[in-house]
Write a protein that binds this ligand. Structure first.
Ligand code: NAD
Ligand code: TYD
Length: 346
C-alpha cells in the first residue's frame, strides 16, 4: 500500500517497542525516511538499532520530547509522528511518579503543540496501553476492555498514559489534528529492558537466580509479540481514522503463575526457582482486550504471538544476546529490593 508518510518521526525509538518498530517499518516500507528522537534514558539504548544506524534512510537525534526547540527543529522535515517516548515501568512509577508525569504528560503536550505549530503533520499516532482501562475481576472471564470502556487507571504510570491519550484526543477534537490513539496489551520479544517480567525472569534464570513472583501470581496479562504490535501501529498510522482509539491485543491471556511455569519449563528449571515476594501495591488483577475494531476496520490480527513457540523464540534471543542484556541488569529496577523481606534475588 502507499504510505501517507514520506518522512516519519518516531519518538522513543531507542527503547524496546520503538526500536522493533523502526526495524519493522524499514523492512516493510523501504521508501520511507525515519528520524528517531530519543533522550536515551536508562531504557534507551543505541545498541537496539546498531544494525541500521548507518542506513541512509535513518537518522538519530539525541533530544528530549520536552525540549520544544529540538522537537520543532526535527518536525520541519517530517510529515507524520509515532509517539512511543515514555517512562514505561509500573514499579518505577510507584517508587517515583515525577518522571512519568513530566515525560508522559508534558512531553506529549510539547510534542502535540510543536506538531500543531509545524502545520505539516498529517498523521499522529499516540502509542498507549490497555492499563489505562484499570483492572478486570478474575471471576468474569468474558469481560474485556473495548474502546468505549471508561478509563480508570490505577497506577501512576497508567494515569500518566491516560492523561496523554486524552490530551492527544482533545487536540483532534479542538484543533482537528489527525491524531489516532492505540492501546495495547503487554508486549514481549527481543530488546525488552530486563526489568519487565519476561526478560527479568529469563535473565535471572540464565544466571541461576530465582524469579520474584508478586503476590499470589494469579494476576492475568494478555501477551502480544512486539512485532505484532509494530504491525498494528503501522496499520493505524496508515489507515486509522483520526480521533479514534484502537485496542491491540494478543488473544493470549496468562496468569503470572502460568507464565512463570512455562518459562521454567522451557528453560529446564524447577519450580523451586520461584520466589514468592510481596505484591505490587495496587496491582491490577486482569487485563483483557477486545480488539475487534482494529480487526474489522484495518484487517489486523496477531500472527506471531502463539505460545509456547513465540515465548521459546524470545527466550532463545536472550540466551544468544547476553552481551546486550548483561550491562543493563545493573540499572534494572528491582521492586523486590524495596519491598521483600528476603531482599530480592537469592
Ligand atoms: P521503553 O521504556 O523500553 O522505551 C522508552 C523509550 O523512550 C526509551 O528509548 C527512552 O530513552 C525514551 N524516552 C523516555 N523519556 C524520554 C523523553 N523525555 N524524551 C525522549 N525520549 C524519551 O518503553 P517500551 O516498552 O518500548 O514502550 C514504548 C511505548 O509503548 C510507551 O509509550 C509505552 O507506554 C507503550 N506501551 C508499552 C507496552 C509494553 O508492554 N512494553 C504495552 C503497551 C504500550
Ligand atoms: P510488567 O512486566 O512490569 O508489566 P505490567 O506491570 O506493565 O503489566 O509485569 C507484568 C506482570 O508480572 C505484572 O502482573 C506484575 C508481574 N511481575 C512479577 O510478578 N514479578 C516481577 O518481578 C515483575 C517485574 C512483574
Amino acid at each position: 500500500m502507499t504510505s501517507p508518510s514520506q518522512h516519519l518521526l518516531v519518538t522513543g525509538g531507542a527503547g524496546f517497542i520503538g526500536s522493533n518498530f523502526i526495524r519493522f517499518v524499514m523492512e516493510q516500507r523501504p521508501g520511507l525516511q525515519i528520524t528517531n528522537l530519543d533522550a536515551l534514558t536508562y531504557a534507551g539504548n543505541p545498541a537496539n538499532l546498531a544494525d541500521i544506524e548507518s542506513d541512509e534512510r535513518y537518522q538519530f537525534v539525541h533530544a528530549d520530547v520536552r525540549d520544544r526547540d529540538a522537537v520543532s527543529d526535527v518536525l520541519r522535515n517530517c510529515d507524520a509522528v509515532v509517539h512511543f517516548a515514555a517512562e514505561s515501568h509500573v514499579d518505577r512509577s510507584i517508587h517515583d511518579s515525577g518522571p512519568f508525569l513530566s515525560t508522559n504528560v508534558i512531553g506529549t503536550q510539547v510534542l502535540l503543540d510543536a506538531c500543531r505549530d509545524a502545520g505539516n503533520i498529517n498523521r499522529f499516532v499516540q502509542v498507549g496501553t490497555d492499563e489505562v482501562y484499570g483492572s478486570l475481576p478474575l471471576d468474569c472471564p468474558d469481560l474485556a476492555f473495548t474502546e468505549s470502556t471508561p478509563v480508570q487507571p490505577n497506577s501512576p504510570y497508567a494515569s500518566s498514559k491516560a492523561a496523554a491519550d486524552l490530551l492527544a484526543l482533545s487536540y483532534h477534537h479542538t484543533f482537528d489534528m489527525p491524531v489516532m490513539v492505540t492501546r495495547c496489551s503487554n508486549n514481549f520479544g527481543p530488546y525488552q529492558y530486563p526489568e519487565k517480567v519476561i526478560p527479568l525472569f529469563v535473565t535471572n534464570l540464565l544466571d541461576g537466580r530465582k524469579v520474584p513472583l508478586y503476590g499470589d501470581g494469579l494476576n492475568v496479562r494478555d501477551w502480544l509479540h512486539v512485532t505484532d504490535h509494530c504491525e498494528a501501529v503501522l496499520a493505524v498510522l496508515e489507515s486509522g481514522r483520526p480521533g479514534q482509539v484502537y485496542n491491540i491485543g494478543g488473544n493470549n491471556e496468562q496468569s503470572n503463575r502460568e507464565l512463570t511455569h512455562m518459562i521454567l519449563e522451557l528453560m529446564g528449571c524447577g519450580r523451586d526457582m520461584i520466589e514468592q515476594v510481596a505484591d505490587r501495591p495496587g496491582h491490577d488483577r486482569r487485563y483483557a482486550i477486545d480488539a475487534r475494531r482494529i480487526r474489522d476496520e484495518l484487517g489486523w490480527s496477531p500472527s506471531r504471538s502463539q505460545w509456547p513457540d513465540a515465548l521459546e523464540e524470545t527466550i532463545q534471543w536472550y540466551r544468544e544476546n547476553e552481551d546486550w542484556w548483561r550491562p543493563l541488569k545493573a540499572n534494572a529496577f528491582n521492586a523486590t529490593m524495596l519491598t521483600s523481606k528476603s531482599g530480592g534475588d537469592s
